[in-house]
Design a protein around this ligand. Structure first.
Ligand SMILES: *Cc1c(COP(=O)(O)O)cnc(C)c1O
Length: 455
């Protein structure tokens, strides 16, 4: 009988995260201070992040040790299984072998605690008492609430308003772990009040919620801010996914032909593929990396590689990334975790260098893929994860046409048991394909072309 799950023992849990920066052919374009146009100094970030995370952000060490306290928490659910999707293969009648790395088995149901636990730990040991953050669909907020509860930190979450009402149960989960949650834009911050003055019915966006959370952190002494994606140190913590996957594939003598993941800010996809990048850079592997995003927020497929703010109000340094412009407010799709105007600078660099390919799908096609997965493999994916599944299905169908026995591996970033409302709407044919506004992208991209670094 063929094995379905490839499991590692706790003793095989990686004890170091992998840092791709020293292995890239050149330095990434540095973050820029918008006021001076000069690269920011690491100490400029001290009001926002603890020094240990700032050091990780710019580290040139290939391996960063995972503290024992973090490993102990990881063991609650790690190592996670790599699973062969036999039933999906049969359904598609494909010669491809499909595997998924199941990050949905964490306590919050996604990959996000991999970095939340690490970030809460490093803040705790530096004496920070309280963390603020933003959340879209609520996955990140619940992961940080979970991590703060473990390490005895207070936690405040600014939750994108549209998701706050679409996904009330994630809010409950944050409350259970002791966090405060507010629908953003709020009138608790200058940033929120500014947005509300312009548009009282603003559905919110990740960019706006980030502005609020940063303002809260820099105006409160004992408080730091925590970001769930995009930054180098977040992708670093998430490499635990790719490192385990690599070991698991080696155990069964598989070499991946395609690695697929969904992209919001790029952390689950980045953490999944980065450990495979050096071999590709050295020409020792021809693996294809495929990033999947929604057509409603097509950062990698329609954005420009420019310097832009990470938030909407303009409190962050300028980052060189594919962006739709920080004023772009994506339509209200159910994959709330993918509604972000930019992407991780590391990932964007790899896309710019043609090392990573990107594809975008519409909402209904994605939900159709999710239902196929639930009916074959049993688990209901998060709408975000379903983007990856749609791409997996398309690649597997291509293999059927070309009769190629490719090895396709994707990251199952999270389950969809808190997204039942969205699935109900899909099943009742009430789900619309909301498309991005081409005109808006033109305008929001025009606005950022004059920023320092772009002229
Ligand atoms: C947050 C989230 C994403 C998107 O974020 P990335 O930083 O791009 O990984 C994808 N899937 C799930 C389940 C999420 O919770």
């Amino acid at each position: 009988m063929e094995e379905k799950k490839i499991l590692l023992s706790e003793r095989e849990l990686p004890t170091e995260w992998y840092n791709v920066l020293p292995d890239l052919p050149e330095q990434l374009p540095p973050p820029i201070n918008p006021a001076t146009g000069e690269p920011i100094k690491p100490e400029d970030l001290l009001p926002v992040f603890p020094i240990s995370l700032i050091k990780q952000e710019i580290s040139q060490n290939r391996w960063i040790p995972i503290p024992d306290e973090v490993l102990e928490v990881y063991k609650l659910w790690r190592p996670t299984p790599l699973v062969r999707a036999y039933e999906l293969e049969k359904y598609l009648n494909t010669p491809a072998r499909i595997y998924y790395k199941n990050e949905s088995v964490s306590p919050t149901g996604s990959h996000k605690p991999n970095t939340a636990v690490a970030q809460a730990y490093f803040n705790k040991i530096e004496g920070v008492k309280r963390l603020t953050t933003e959340t879209g669909a609520g996955q990140w907020g619940s992961a940080l609430a979970f991590a703060c509860n473990i390490f005895g930190l207070k936690c405040r979450v600014y939750m994108v308003k549209v998701s706050y009402y679409q996904k009330p149960f994630r809010k409950s989960l944050m409350h259970i772990w002791g966090a405060e949650v507010f629908p953003s834009p709020t009138n608790l911050t200058n940033a929120g009040r500014k947005i509300l003055a312009e548009d009282p019915d603003s559905p919110g966006s990740l960019g706006i919620a980030i502005s609020e959370a940063i303002e809260d952190a820099v105006t409160n002494e004992d408080t730091k801010y925590s970001l769930g994606s995009v930054l180098n140190h977040v992708l670093l913590h998430q490499t635990i996914i790719g490192l385990e996957t690599k070991k698991q594939l080696e155990l069964i003598n598989e070499k991946p032909d395609i690695l697929i993941g969904c992209v919001g800010g790029g952390s689950n996809f980045g953490g999944f593929i980065l450990p495979f990048v050096p071999e590709k850079l050295k020409g020792k592997s021809e693996v294809k990396f495929l990033a999947v995003e929604p057509t409603a927020c097509p950062t990698l497929t329609k954005g420009l590689y420019l310097y832009d703010f990470g938030d909407t109000v303009g409190l962050t340094p300028l980052l060189k990334m594919y962006t739709l412009g920080h004023n772009f407010v994506p339509p209200k799709i159910h994959a709330g975790g993918l509604r972000y105007h930019g992407d991780a600078p590391i990932l964007c660099y790899l896309v710019y260098k043609n090392l990573v390919e990107a594809v975008a799908y519409t909402q209904k096609a994605v939900f159709e893929a999710a239902i196929i997965f639930a009916k074959t493999e049993g688990i209901l994916p998060a709408p975000e994860t379903a983007h990856a599944i749609k791409a997996v299905i398309d690649e597997a169908i291509k293999c059927k046409e070309t009769k190629e026995e490719k090895c396709i591996v994707f990251n199952f970033s999270g389950h969809g048991y808190f997204d039942i409302n969205a699935y109900d709407q899909y099943l009742e044919s009430k789900l619309e394909d909301v498309d991005y506004a081409d005109e808006m992208i033109k305008k929001t991209l025009e606005e950022i072309k004059k920023l320092p670094g772009n002229v």
